[in-house]
Write a new protein. Structure first.
Length: 102
């Protein structure tokens, strides 16, 4: 059995759907953060699949830049999540973001 681009694109679509539904349904900030990372990885799978099918390396170069942006997002996002956890002793939900005002 040969893996074609359809398999990769279907897998990426399923990953993106799981991430989007998780982001919209869950209120926990850490779970929402992981869902965004899941959606970014689905986009990376799509870039690599098209890069493979077109025999072009530019799709893999774009994946590198997406990973750099995701790393920067992790640094900033985790700092915000830690600040929310310090202000509120329990858990952090998306409604608690107003605790960070002045």
């Amino acid at each position: 059995m040969k893996l074609t681009d359809t398999y990769f694109l279907t897998f990426a679509a399923m990953l993106f759907t799981i991430g989007a539904v998780g982001f919209l349904v869950r209120r926990n900030v850490l779970v929402m953060f992981m869902c965004v990372e899941l959606m970014l990885n689905a986009v990376n799978v799509t870039f690599v699949a098209f890069s493979k099918s077109l025999n072009d390396i530019s799709g893999q170069a774009i994946v590198f830049f997406v990973l750099v942006v995701a790393a920067a997002e992790v640094a900033v996002g985790l700092a915000i999540i830690v600040a929310i956890f310090r202000r509120r002793r329990g858990g952090a939900t998306a409604d608690d973001i107003d605790l960070l005002r002045g």
